[in-house]
Ligand binder design. Structure first.
Ligand SMILES: [Zn+2]
Ligand SMILES: [Zn+2]
Length: 238
């Protein structure tokens, strides 16, 4: 495994593969493409590179698995990524919809000493600002907000996909990890969560599919990857 080959792009692939692994979704090129919102051929190329570099193996049915060292590396990087995001949000004051890209750049040049300072600085925070556990393996399972029925109580657990555009949309909607409310509307155009103070957070159903929540009553547990993300809500003369 040569780090000379490691690029920021490659790292992003490894993190997304790790996320599929963590979420219990099949690690396939198709799911990787969907999670990264990229075309299948683009993804295929990188998957071959990761295989050559010894991070992953591919079975005859095209299912991807981490090698032992590949998984150890991914766990390490993902945990550091989430720590940096939390540090940037809580200590530096970077808005949470901007920290993902910044963390991607920083996580490659981080000394263990500085990492220890960051850990100290974030206190007892357990997740990145998008709700993913810093200590890998302590993830609470949720259900997609898009599956929840009207009238149910919801608590936002995490934003499943950390794409820049998607995070901007989520920030603008008013949703955030830890938010509690009631599912007020769920139709083909919009999913709306109403908080106790009456404020309403509204997203499209495909964005709602990427928001993991605890719900009461709860639909069956599952993780979804929308085929295509529709970010903007269609307005019919409203
Ligand atoms: Zn991130
Ligand atoms: Zn995050």
């Amino acid at each position: 495994m040569s780090s000379a080959h490691a690029t920021v792009a490659e790292e992003e692939y490894r993190q997304t593969l790790f996320w599929l692994h963590e979420a219990g979704l099949p690690m396939t090129g198709a799911n990787l493409a969907r999670a990264m919102q990229l075309s299948a051929p683009t993804v295929h190329e990188m998957v071959r590179r990761l295989e050559n570099d010894g991070y992953i193996t591919r079975a005859t049915d095209k299912t991807i698995s981490f090698t032992g060292s590949g998984l150890a590396h991914a766990t390490d990087v993902v945990s550091r990524h989430r720590l940096i995001e939390r540090y940037l949000t809580d200590v530096v004051g970077v808005p949470w919809d901007d920290v993902h890209e910044e963390a991607e750049n920083l996580e490659h040049n981080m000394s263990p000493r500085f990492e220890a300072y960051m850990r100290e600085a974030i206190g007892d925070a357990k997740t990145c600002p998008h709700g993913h556990p810093i200590e890998v393996g302590t993830r609470i399972e949720g259900v997609p907000l898009a599956d929840v029925q009207v009238g149910a109580k919801v608590t936002v657990l995490r934003f499943v996909i950390e794409g820049e555009d998607l995070l901007h949309v989520l920030m603008a909607s008013g949703l955030e990890p830890g938010l509690q409310g009631i599912l007020a509307t769920a139709d083909d155009d919009a999913v709306v969560v109403e908080a106790p103070d009456g404020s309403r957070a509204e997203v499209t159903p495909s964005v709602a599919a990427t928001v993991s929540v605890l719900a009461d009553p709860s639909p069956p547990a599952r993780v979804t990857l929308p085929e295509q993300l529709v970010l903007a809500i269609k307005r019919y003369g409203r």
